[in-house]
Ligand binder design. Sequence first.
Ligand SMILES: Nc1ncnc2c1ncn2[C@@H]1O[C@H](COP(=O)(O)OP(=O)(O)OP(=O)(O)O)[C@@H](O)[C@H]1O
Ligand SMILES: CC(C)(CO)[C@@H](O)C(=O)[O-]
Ligand code: BAL
Length: 355
Amino acid sequence: MASACSSSSSSASRFEKIPSTSIRVLRSVESVRRWRKPHLLDHRSVGFVPTMGALHEGHLSLIRTAARENHHVIVSIYVNPAQFGVKEDLASYPVTWEADSAKLAALDREMADDGANLGRISAVFMPTTADMYPSGFPGQEVDSKGSFVTVTPVGEVLEGASRPTFFRGVATVCMKLFNIVQPERVYFGQKDVQQTVVINSLVRDFMLPIEVVVGPTQRAADGLALSSRNVYLGERRRGVATVLHRALKAAEAAYASGARDRETVLGAAKKVADDTLSAQMALAPEKRVKFEIDYISLADPTTMEELTVVDPAKGGILSGAVRMLPVEAPQEGEDLGHSGGPLVRLIDNIILQPS
Ligand SMILES: Nc1ncnc2c1ncn2[C@@H]1O[C@H](COP(=O)(O)OP(=O)(O)OP(=O)(O)O)[C@@H](O)[C@H]1O
Ligand SMILES: CC(C)(CO)[C@@H](O)C(=O)[O-]
Ligand code: BAL
């Protein structure tokens, strides 16, 4: 297979680029700083899309938005070990640079034909952990020592309660990435809604001169939120993985028909989850899918604190996490998903907009 990157000694192309594109591949902090400086001096705006790779339409939609609003778009691809708990899926997290670079190249070509864009994809930043943690990687433990950014209490609830090192890892790596790239704007997906609240707090509380833009959640036709981790599901679990979205939609419908109290709104979601599980448990082990709801929450949009009643003037955030358990009695030749179909934890949310 052809290499995904090219570099040549000719002066016109002495920089590593994604083949047949002008997208620079930057692999060190120093190279990003060198790339950034002339744009700063020329007052050309930079939009930054941080990712962990395994790119899908969710990521691409953020890049499209960034290209409309900035002269240059830079995407980072870095699987940050500090945000994975020791028992989480760091080792099996999908790494798909060949496919990612092909998607970036195709998107860049598509954007070149669209006159509404201010910029295109100028660079992709792919640092190493040694680059990102110059004093040495501090480790993934809750009590690891090192230079960390913590955003509490919002980072301690919901995803932060289930994944105690997660938001410390996210806030720390984002602070580093923001300092390296120095973007005017950063682009995050609503799919990770609590992450957007944490990043907004980080930017506000540390007076970072950055605008945070949140893009809508991109979904498959049946409503499942696109996620790099969906590749773990395999066919059997993929069919049932919509349960969280369907549960949240039921809660949204209860709110839309006038319910304001937590019990009624979340009760509608719980019913969908319970009914779906009962239907699965009625099936034979080689057909069924088991899952556990980690949480379903109705929270305040700025603090993520649980609400007992929604104030329609403020709205709320319905969010949840589901653990799709490994399939029972796998059949010969069955598509179990990436890495043999381990337990997959998926998240999703719906915003109840203020009226
Ligand atoms: N379906 C989606 N719609 C819009 N944005 C998304 C979607 N999925 C991810 N993003 C955003 O893309 C950025 C990078 O996310 P990341 O690389 O972790 O992808 P992911 O699909 O969320 O992966 P994972 O499965 O590990 O959660 C984040 O801002 C995230 O919110
Ligand atoms: C923002 C991020 C790239 C930080 O590693 C990650 O949490 C993600 O992909 O959502
Ligand atoms: N999109 C969130 C990254 C993570 O789960 O680690």
